[in-house]
Design a binder for this molecule. Structure first.
Ligand SMILES: [Zn+2]
Ligand SMILES: [Zn+2]
Length: 135
């Protein structure tokens, strides 16, 4: 818990333009989403919709619970024949990554599944502060 909200303004020079930073982050997320969309679609085309761990089968209704895992953990390595992909259900994918979370930056899990966690916290806080100021 950070007790008091008397957060002093960042010293001039440390963060020149929050809005610009905001935009850059948004763009990066967008590009990432797009890329993710690309290989996910491709993976679902070439691989059977079955979790590679628990063998659960998927259909259009629950397809969103099926995720694409990169065997070598390199999200830029996307051979179209699917040799670097493994389809895993959310749970098995989670397990897969929690086992090696120390070795591989949790980045991987974030990219495959839920996109924005940690990075946006400061911005959310800033928004609250701005809103409070306006009143
Ligand atoms: Zn599974
Ligand atoms: Zn993965």
């Amino acid at each position: 818990m950070t007790a008091k909200l008397s957060a002093p303004r960042k010293k001039a020079g440390t963060k020149p333009d929050d809005k610009k930073l905001d935009r850059v982050v948004a763009q990066a997320l967008q590009a990432r989403d797009k890329r993710m969309q690309g290989y996910r679609e491709q993976a679902l085309k070439v691989l059977p919709w079955i979790c590679g761990r628990c063998a659960r089968e998927f259909s259009h209704e629950n397809l969103h619970e099926l995720t694409v895992h990169h065997k070598d953990h390199d999200h830029d390595n996307n051979p179209p024949d699917g040799s670097n992909w493994e389809l895993l259900c959310l749970y098995c994918h989670d397990n897969e990554h929690s086992r090696e979370i120390d070795a591989v930056a949790s980045d991987d899990a974030a990219r495959d599944g839920n996109t924005d966690n940690a990075t946006y916290k400061p911005f959310a806080n800033l928004k609250d502060m701005l809103a409070a100021n306006k009143k």
